[in-house]
Ligand binder design. Structure first.
Ligand SMILES: Cc1cc2nc3c(=O)[nH]c(=O)nc-3n(C[C@H](O)[C@H](O)[C@H](O)COP(=O)(O)O)c2cc1C
Length: 348
């Protein structure tokens, strides 16, 4: 296939994704707490992709201000990612409705049907994360307009199953029913083509956008990404099954080493009868409170949480969003055309 043929094929492969998102390319910039704010989100959307604001723990007023500021920076579509356990979820959904956000992504556990309904009632398209085939079916019944399947290679909160396995389990049955986007471990265009050919309509990348020039992450955070190899991005270690830990993939650092010691110490105090189980569990859960902000905003990459996916090994330098997206598209086209893409000078 020549490059014109490859372009036609790619357009065809992700047409449904582009139509669903209202974009030129069906590449979503996955919401990243503290990182996916007005600057990065508008830059991704202005470059033809789909930026998504990470609401995280923001209060409704703060979210409204972030949406309005993003709308000032781009006339292109973008989405808002809401965490379903946020205590003011309903109000946050209403804020999205008031500001006419076109796409709401419900993340952080299976969203309740009434939250999906409320989000749809604002007129927005609703995108949900499906961690397993059964959940995917339930989400379709609950009215989700599109799904994201995210494998364990991803940065941030993760499930146990690899992207390639989830894609094989979920795409054959779900892709004919609704748009499905694949996330986790995607760093190059060849991988995008692979998932599109399996039936996905698009992809979501997070890690690859952290070192975008438009991203406000602290220079230390970006440097840590540029230096890291895939194997440095590891899930949190849990030392005792009686004290579950939420799995998060992040770069191993002093903080992750201290977390292991901290768990041992808390569990020792529990065993010595110095504290109740519930209190010990809470102490363990609170260890990382504020740690992502500390790393992203303050630049404390030693004790903060440097959430990153395994694709961090493919992040080699700071680049504008437009360049990141055009590189991915070029790699996708070359892969379809059976050619090797040009290797950028700074990487070779
Ligand atoms: C630093 C960081 C923070 C993240 N925060 C969130 C979040 O707040 N909400 C969410 O749904 N996903 C979050 N994610 C996941 C991304 O949206 C995206 O799905 C993921 O990064 C895709 O996998 P990749 O990292 O392999 O590209 C985060 C990821 C990273 C790296």
């Amino acid at each position: 296939m020549d490059m014109t043929g490859a372009r036609k094929r790619l357009d065809g492969l992700w047409r449904r994704g582009c139509e669903f998102l209202g974009t030129e390319v069906a590449i979503m910039g996955g919401a990243m707490s503290w990182i996916s704010e007005r600057h990065l989100v508008s830059a991704i959307s202005n470059a033809g992709g789909f930026g998504v604001i990470a609401c995280g723990s923001m209060e409704p007023d703060r979210l409204a201000a972030e949406i309005a500021a993003t709308q000032e920076r781009t006339a292109k579509p973008f989405g808002v990612n809401l965490i379903t356990m946020h205590p003011q979820l309903d109000r946050l959904i209403d804020v999205c409705g008031e500001l006419q956000v076109g796409h709401i992504v419900l993340a952080g556990g299976l969203p309740p049907t009434n939250a999906i309904r409320r989000a749809k009632d604002t007129g927005a398209k609703v995108i949900c994360f499906a961690p397993a085939p059964v959940a995917a079916k339930k989400l379709v019944r609950s009215g989700a307009d599109a799904l994201v399947i995210e494998g364990t290679e991803a940065g941030g909160h993760i499930g146990p199953v690899a992207t390639g396995v989830l894609a094989q389990e979920i795409l054959p049955e779900m892709a004919p029913r609704l748009p499905v986007f694949v996330a986790g471990g995607i760093g190059r265009g060849e991988a995008i083509v692979g998932y599109l050919e399996m039936g996905a309509v698009g992809v979501q990348l997070g890690t690859r956008f952290v070192c975008a020039s438009e991203c406000i992450a602290h220079p230390n955070f970006k440097k840590a990404f540029i230096r890291a190899a895939a194997r440095d991005a590891v899930p949190t270690v849990q030392v005792d099954p009686a004290f579950p830990v939420i799995p998060v993939r992040a770069l191993a650092n002093e903080g992750s080493r201290r977390f292991v010691e901290f768990q041992h110490e808390v569990i020792r105090r529990f065993r010595a009868g110095e504290m109740e189980h519930k209190e010990a569990q809470l102490e363990i859960e609170h260890f990382w409170a504020g740690a992502l902000r500390r790393a992203v905003i303050d630049g404390d990459v030693e004790t903060g949480s440097v959430m990153a996916g395994q694709s961090v090994g493919m992040v080699n330098r700071e680049q504008p969003c437009a360049e990141i997206l055009s590189e991915l598209v070029e790699q996708a086209l070359c892969s379809l055309a059976g050619r090797l893409p040009a290797v950028p000078a700074a990487v070779s």
